[in-house]
Design a protein around this ligand. Structure first.
Ligand code: NI
Length: 384
């Protein structure tokens, strides 16, 4: 079967058999088997990662290519032959496509092994969707040892097929999480004077948190603070003793990240103190910002331009989304790009009807393979 057919076959198998973060046991067994069929050396990582290793005959730089492989806790509502066979679990972000693309790259590179000068490491990474994420585990187990460059991509339904999005510097944000517990004093709804109303205080905190970005962060510095959940109270005539808030904060720099955390704490404690309540604030850091290296972007841009043409390499604005590809880029230079994949009927990523244009996968394979040769033919080393 030609590669395009195989890509669809791999992708559809994975799409029909999705597994959640850190539970990708069948997925990794399948990927390992496919790699072995191609004659690619494999190594399993704890708990559900797979690495493929292709070494050329000649020495040279080592390039790592990474795909994430996990699905989401979501019911697939598409009406297609290849819809998810697992109730409540679905590949709604395109990670099935990422794994298929990396298998495709493995096949091409294994066939062209004789042309390789150096090594290629194919990282099939579990659990991108669930912080602390699978990238940290891959790195802990030596997944980046000896690696000079790392490249990765995300299929993107917002960019047309045969186009890519690529930019230098920070492209995705620090994606962090906060929770606030407001401790008031419960009582009867008819006797507010004897209580401390945690619902009212929480409401004030929600409103005031909106001043963090609008008043404390520099206007030209992108950031977001969103309260995603509020829970408190049990009855119409009961003043709630406790109310819980949960949300996310996004930033690009370390300074802004700390500033937002400081303001969340000051606002919460300040408002609680003003009303005689207590509070507990927890700021939990998630994935750091994805920062593409200049040279990594140049390499990937050259590779992409050869495949789709220079004019179709777009430069999107940074996104406040998060990605644990950032951990690799903290260790090794490289770049992460968006691969255009708008289907006939587009739904947002993480939507129960999400799908992508499968013809994008072959383009992804070509770009990744080309990136490997760009690095190795120029003998790019990191000690520039
Ligand atoms: Ni994703």
């Amino acid at each position: 079967m030609e590669l395009k057919g195989k890509l669809v076959q791999w992708r559809r198998y994975l799409h029909q058999n999705p597994e959640l973060s850190f539970e990708e046991f069948k997925t990794s067994a399948y990927l390992k088997n496919e790699l072995q069929v191609m004659g690619v050396e494999t190594r399993m990582l704890e708990p559900t990662g797979v690495i493929g290793i292709i070494a050329g005959d000649m020495p040279g730089p080592t390039v790592a290519l990474r795909a994430d492989i996990d699905a989401l806790p979501l019911q697939d509502e598409k009406r297609v032959s290849y819809k998810s066979r697992v109730a409540g679990v679905m590949h709604a972000c395109g990670h099935d496509g990422h794994a298929a693309i990396l298998l495709g790259a493995a096949q091409v590179l294994a066939e062209r092994r004789g042309e390789l000068t150096g090594k290629v490491i194919l990282i099939f990474q579990p659990a991108e969707e669930k912080p602390p994420g699978g990238a940290v585990k891959v790195i802990e187990q030596g997944g980046l040892e000896g690696v000079d460059w790392v490249f990765g991509l995300h299929l993107w339904s917002g960019i047309p097929v045969e186009h890519v999005g690529l930019a230098a510097g920070p492209v995705m944000a620090n994606a962090d999480e906060f929770s606030i517990k407001v401790l008031g004093r419960g009582g009867h709804g008819s006797m507010p004077q004897d209580s401390v109303d945690s619902v009212l205080i929480a409401a004030e905190i929600v409103t005031c948190l909106q001043t963090v970005v609008s008043r404390s962060v520099r206007p030209l510095d992108p950031a977001a603070v969103s309260v995603g959940a509020i829970n408190g109270g049990t009855g119409f005539n009961i003043i709630a003793q406790e109310t819980f808030l949960k949300g996310t904060y996004r930033s690009f720099s370390e300074g802004t990240r700390s500033l937002i955390e400081q303001r969340i704490r000051e606002i919460s404690h300040g408002i609680c103190a003003a009303h005689g309540a207590k509070c507990q604030v927890d700021c939990r850091r998630g994935y750091p910002a994805v920062v593409n290296s200049e040279r990594g972007v140049e390499i990937l841009r050259a590779a992409a331009a050869r495949v789709v043409g220079e004019k179709r390499v777009l430069e999107p604005e940074p996104s406040l989304g998060g990605e644990d590809f950032s951990y690799y880029l903290q260790k090794v230079p490289g770049a992460f790009m968006y691969l255009g994949a708008t289907p006939v009927q587009a739904f947002p990523h993480h939507h129960p009807n999400f799908d992508f244009a499968e013809e994008a996968m072959a383009i992804g394979v070509e770009i990744l393979v080309q990136a490997v040769f760009e690095v190795q033919q120029k003998q790019e080393n990191t000690d520039r």
